[in-house]
Design a protein around this ligand. Structure first.
Ligand code: MG
Length: 384
């Protein structure tokens, strides 16, 4: 069944394509010339990386864990007088660490690549170095997109044929906490955001929702993080949540419960999105018939290039699209923001949750996370 949003998106995609076709001849000619010039320069890509630990403003609590820091690795690629920035964010449940990312990045042979615009070759080769290591791969992908945008003098959203005018408002996540803390978090968020996301999946779901509803009637997404262990219990909860103004449910059941997910999605009055059940593009085809949509995260899917392919495939399968994140600096958040006009739901609040951001360049305006119109990711490094 095609949703109104999908019809809007299809129309939007058509308009984007026709506009790009009509107006891009001069742009492409200039870029092809520049690309040729750069690839003939015999310059080499200079790659470097370093660990960087993100400090969270508040403890981040899910149904299964709680933490106050997120390990990360910052990467840079220099070429043609420009520097592209990238980042791997490593929440422990994803299975990567600063050590595993460093070990993976050291295995990349940069002498094999001479043209940063050949991203399909570069990223394809890097993907084949080892299975998994998706955050390490995403760090390189993000840095290459930033670099190429800077070399061409255009923002990444323009490289993708997208317009920031279409970016939906981002959710802001209310973490699992005591009621008075939830009330304060909600009061602080309600004036700045147009939609909130709430973590459920313990034994106090209704108390959390009632607490939030005592403060605001903003639309809510709930993320259960696999926390419900019975499909009938899940369906009853979803009917109750619909009455409370919830608009979407993320990963209500354990990730391997495919038959139960299909049963629930068929009966649910709200769309059900997969998060933990999906990782990369090869998973998208499996989702149809079991979920209403997918939550794409750059750290799980190896970066912007594969995310864009996943969005395209999801649309062809009539699936909804959400763009999510980890706790990340404004670098990785910017990478997702540049893609976000192609999504139905945007959950890109990760940079707002940390105390030691390394970059500036994303602005929260009327509840939307917006990029600058500077080249590449449009971010600037903050002097430390
Ligand atoms: Mg989730």
């Amino acid at each position: 069944m095609k949703t109104m949003k999908q019809n809007i998106c299809n129309r939007r995609t058509f308009l984007t394509v026709t506009t790009l076709t009509a107006g891009s001849a001069v742009f492409l000619k200039r870029n092809i010339a520049l690309s040729t010039q750069i690839s003939n320069e015999k310059s080499v890509m200079k790659f470097s990386f370093r660990p960087y630990e993100l400090k969270l403003n508040h403890p981040f609590t899910l149904a299964t864990s709680s933490r106050t820091v997120t390990p990360g690795v910052q990467v840079e690629i220099e070429f043609g007088g420009k520097t592209g920035y990238g980042e791997a964010a490593l929440p422990p449940y994803l299975g990567e660490s600063t050590e595993s990312v460093s070990a993976f990045l050291k295995r990349i042979d940069w002498t094999a690549f001479s043209n940063p615009f050949e991203m399909e070759d570069i990223l394809g080769s890097i993907d084949e170095i080892a299975d998994n290591n998706t955050a390490a791969k995403a760090a390189v992908d993000i840095a290459l997109h930033d670099l190429n945008g800077k070399l061409l003098g255009v923002p990444c959203y323009q490289l993708l044929g997208l317009s920031p005018k279409q970016i939906p408002p981002t959710t802001f996540t209310i973490s699992i906490a005591e009621p008075d803390v939830i009330r304060t978090q909600t009061q602080n968020a309600a004036g700045k955001f147009k939609i909130l996301k709430v973590k459920l999946g313990r034994d106090n779901d209704k108390e959390i929702i009632e607490t939030i509803r005592s403060v605001t009637d903003l639309p809510l997404i709930v993320d259960v993080n696999q926390g419900w262990k019975d499909k009938h219990y899940a369906l009853d909860n979803i009917y109750w949540l619909r009455e409370k103004g919830i608009v979407m449910v993320e990963q209500p059941l354990p990730k391997s419960w495919w038959e139960e997910a299909g049963w629930l999605t068929e009966r649910s009055p709200l769309p059900i999105f997969a998060d933990e059940s999906i990782q990369r593009i090869s998973d998208v085809m499996k989702i149809k018939g079991y979920f209403s949509g997918i939550n794409i995260k750059l750290m799980k899917c190896t970066g912007m290039r594969e995310a864009w392919k996943m969005i395209t495939l999801a649309r062809a399968c009539h699936l909804g699209v959400m763009l999510g994140c980890m706790t990340e600096t404004s670098c990785a958040i910017a990478a997702a923001v540049h893609l976000s006009s192609a999504a139905d739901f945007v959950d890109l609040d990760g940079n707002l949750l940390i105390a030691n951001d390394l970059f500036q360049g994303i602005r929260l305006e009327n509840g939307r996370q917006l990029p600058t119109d500077l080249p590449g990711l449009g971010i600037n490094k903050i002097e430390q």
